[in-house]
Design a protein around this ligand. Structure first.
Ligand SMILES: [Zn+2]
Length: 289
């Protein structure tokens, strides 16, 4: 199946009361592990790519072409959306130009008028390309590629203003944080989520910072309208842990254990493991059958 935008997968998730996992990719191994797991579990999936990861992989076009070719070569039949994560105004345009099927335009650091104006422009461009748009209101806590947030909670009125611009998904801060959660984290703000849901109606909501949010909170968030959950840090932690174990066990010094295909294999398998855990938790397993 060629790349799809996120519209249908979001609608099905909303109707079916589950969430689609959006997993960030960093390289070929990451991409392959996530696509294979989605296929094995018959789950729709979104591949998230930050602007930093795009740069690391040499550019939007390289990423888009790699993902498209991999879907074809691995015979992936579940729906896959290639999604720019936390895109800037310029980045979102470049990603759409390169063939991304979905983009997040993160205008949350602009004042609301500028966020609205720029989101509108990205929506118009995306519509021409048949791509979907995620917009963001307020700030989500933590740090991602140098962008810091304060764990703010979004204002439902502003959410409604952005939701009405023709976007397909809305990321709104509800006390969630990027990266690892501090020990004194207060948990998700479900009152805020309910208010946002009440004002934005059917708009699929996106939960960023999916790493380490307890399962009961994830399930409650899904019941309150969250249709997409972003997971980034947890895959990195699993990858690093498995790779470290391999090195610490001295396996890179046994036979040809230094071969990158062997060296990166445990980390790649570990990504599959955590993607599976998350997909089961989000309820999206078997939804692409
Ligand atoms: Zn995010």
């Amino acid at each position: 199946m060629p790349l799809v935008n996120a519209k249908e997968m979001m609608e099905k998730a909303r109707e079916g009361h589950y969430a689609v996992g959006a997993f960030n990719i960093n390289n070929l191994e990451w991409t392959k592990a996530i696509l294979q797991t989605a296929q094995e579990l018959k789950a729709p999936v979104m591949l998230g790519v930050s602007e930093g990861a795009n740069k690391y992989m040499t550019g939007y076009k390289v990423v888009a072409e790699m993902v498209k070719a991999m879907i074809e070569t691995l015979n992936i039949t579940v729906p896959v959306a290639l999604h720019l994560d936390h895109g800037t105004y310029e980045g979102a345009q470049k990603a759409l130009e390169a063939g991304y099927s979905s983009v997040m335009f993160d205008g949350s650091h602009y004042d609301i008028e500028e966020n609205i104006q720029k989101t509108k422009e990205i929506v118009a461009l995306a519509k021409k390309k048949g791509a979907t748009v995620e917009a963001e209101v307020g700030s989500i806590g933590g740090e991602e590629d140098g962008v810091t947030g304060r764990g703010e909670v979004a204002d439902p009125k502003q959410c409604k203003m952005i939701a009405d611009l023709g976007i397909d998904m809305l990321a709104a801060g509800i006390g969630n944080i990027h990266g690892q959660y501090p020990a004194n984290w207060q948990g998700l703000d479900f009152d805020a989520l309910e208010k946002i849901k009440a004002t934005c109606g059917n708009m699929p909501l996106v939960l960023h910072g999916g790493t380490g949010i307890p399962e009961d909170m994830i399930k409650k968030a899904i019941s309150l309208g969250v249709c997409k959950i972003n997971v980034n840090t947890e895959c990195q932690l699993y990858f690093a842990e498995a790779t470290r174990k391999y090195i610490e066990a001295g396996k890179d010094k046994e036979k040809k254990g230094y071969d990158p295909r062997k060296l990166l294999a445990p980390g790649t398998e570990a990504i599959k493991e955590i993607v599976k855990i998350k997909m089961e938790m989000f309820g999206c397993v078997g939804k692409a059958e």
